[in-house]
Design a protein. Structure first.
Length: 100
């Protein structure tokens, strides 16, 4: 199953993560966004990863998907996030995202 088939809104995925897993996701997005000169990316990079909401993670997800899908693929490749995806039966995330 592909990510988009199971979650119409990325925030729904992040809402299923524990607070620690959400913080890992935020940290991964931040590492990627710090390399960008885009003001939106810089704004996301400055957020406190321990207080980012599932909705904000969904916004980061959508921003990465639109601006550079390879960022999203790298974030979701983190071992913790990859394990969550596999646990949810989402085995084709990376393949699907890289083909966009």
């Amino acid at each position: 199953m592909a990510f988009d088939d199971q979650f119409q809104n990325p925030a729904d995925f992040y809402n299923q993560l524990s607070p620690d897993q959400q913080a890992v996701a935020a940290q991964q997005f931040q590492q990627e966004f710090q390399q960008s000169s885009d003001p939106t990316a810089q704004q996301y990079a400055q957020m406190d990863p321990n207080s980012v909401s599932p909705q904000q993670l969904g916004e980061m997800h959508q921003y990465a998907q639109q601006s550079d899908p390879s960022i999203l693929s790298r974030v979701m490749s983190h071992p913790i996030l990859d394990a969550v995806l596999v646990g949810l039966g989402i085995h084709e995330f990376h393949k699907h995202e890289e083909n966009r």
